[in-house]
Design a protein around this ligand. Structure first.
Ligand SMILES: [Zn+2]
Length: 423
């Protein structure tokens, strides 16, 4: 403590500092409580003030004041009376935030996806386009992303009376990232290295006001499955996304497993066949060099680039439906090799469920029988039948972009006053 003048001055300074600290403490407690209430409504849906107070353990008057603040911020709204519940009916409260957008995107080898959500998690606009990311390179890809953003946000904002607030813009990429530095460190399948992604995107958007971030596609995909997929809420979940590379993420006891450098679950480079084909990473026999989309298509003699993956997979599905013997054999082999990797992951993580996304979802009918057989044979101990342990995703190719959008919304859930205007 700095001494000002005499004992009285010192005492005044000490008391001011204490008041400042109390003010700061009060402010952070208030923010934490606003966040708690908003999070509760996100997790469990509409509820009366009394129900929320009981669930989060706050006194009713405190809760009423917090809900009032969230109503003023237009992050929640009142939604009729609670009916058919014990006790006095109360006015229900639910998340609003129609004016707050969270944007998620994914740049992959052959396609770009962008989703605009509002705070309630309702999709307001979506874009998906073919992109030959390897050929056009990072700067042109990022410019394309920025153009899609402008277009999608304009569509999403049309019903609003005033311009929306953008909570954040998160992009999933198929590679290793430095989350703090907004840097894409290495994406072998894109052949991009050390791309300053966040600053390129800010430049392309012509704005420093938007919070931009990047993350690994597998991690964002796993978050989307945990929050919104058909197995949402499973405490231990592994998500695998089949694209040109194989992305994956694991939720362990409700938390995304990142590893010490954010590089956990780089499963595309698990070696499953040491004498196998060359991988984009320079090694041989990696899982994705055998079961990645390009590898699978080339096993059928189909060219890969230039079209959206779903269009290519549609061709394979048409062949399989016609019982084309080459297509059925390739899918059976795919099932076995996906199964080898999945069985290893089950033996490693002991998950409640493994969710297969990306192009695996689209060919699941033909892939799963061989895969389940492989899992039954190679998983050491499990009480769950393979059919329940390994399931196709309901999110398909949009999982990573959806996870990114949910991540971008976090900024408002952790600080509901983010867009508060001075009155
Ligand atoms: Zn590899």
């Amino acid at each position: 403590m700095r001494r000002v003048s005499g004992d009285e001055g010192t005492a005044t300074l000490a008391s001011n500092q204490m008041n400042d600290r109390r003010g700061a403490d009060h402010h952070s407690v208030r923010l934490a409580n606003l966040s708690l209430v908003l999070e509760e409504l996100r997790r469990h849906g509409p509820a009366s003030r009394a129900e929320i107070a009981a669930r989060v353990g706050l006194a009713r008057p405190t809760l009423t004041r917090l809900v009032g603040e969230l109503l003023d911020l237009r992050l929640v709204r009142e939604a009729g009376q609670s009916g058919g519940r014990p006790g006095r009916p109360g006015t229900m409260v639910e998340i609003d935030g129609a004016h707050v957008f969270a944007v998620g995107a994914e740049i992959n080898v052959d396609a770009i996806t962008l989703i605009v959500h509002d705070l309630a998690g309702t999709e307001r606009a979506r874009r998906r386009a073919a992109l030959d990311a390897r050929r056009v390179g990072p700067e042109a890809s990022v410019r394309r992303l920025a153009a899609l953003l402008g277009d999608a946000v304009a569509e999403a904002a049309r019903p609003l009376e005033r311009p929306p607030e953008i909570a954040g813009f998160a992009t999933a990429v198929p590679g290793l990232v430095d989350v703090e530095g907004g840097l894409l460190v290495n994406a072998p399948n894109l052949k991009w290295q050390r791309v300053p992604f966040a600053s390129l995107l800010r430049h392309a958007l012509g704005s420093d006001d938007v919070t931009v971030s990047i993350g690994n596609d597998g991690n964002f995909g796993a978050l989307a499955e945990y929050w919104r997929g058909g197995s949402a809420g499973a405490r231990h979940l592994v998500a695998i996304i089949g694209e040109v590379g194989i992305g994956a993420g694991a939720v362990v006891d409700g938390q995304l497993l990142t590893g010490s450098h954010g590089r956990a679950l780089e499963v595309g480079h698990l070696v499953v066949d040491p004498g196998g084909p060359r991988c984009g990473c320079g090694r041989s026999g990696c899982w994705e060099a055998i079961v990645g989309l390009d590898a699978f298509l080339s096993s059928l003699g189909m060219p890969a680039s230039g079209r959206r993956p779903e269009a290519l997979v549609k061709q394979v599905v048409a062949l399989a439906r016609r019982k084309d013997s080459a297509a059925l054999a390739a899918l059976e082999r795919l099932g076995r090799f996906v199964g080898i990797g999945v069985a290893n992951l089950i033996n490693t993580f002991d998950p409640d469920v493994v969710v297969l996304g990306g192009y695996f979802t689209h060919v699941a009918t033909w892939l799963l029988p061989a895969l389940w057989q492989c899992v039954e044979a190679q998983v050491i101990v499990t009480d769950t039948p393979a059919e329940k342990l390994v399931v196709p995703s309901s999110l398909g190719f949009r999982a990573a972009a959806l996870g990114a959008a949910l991540h971008a919304a976090e900024a408002v859930f952790s600080n509901p006053t983010l867009f508060a205007r001075p009155s």
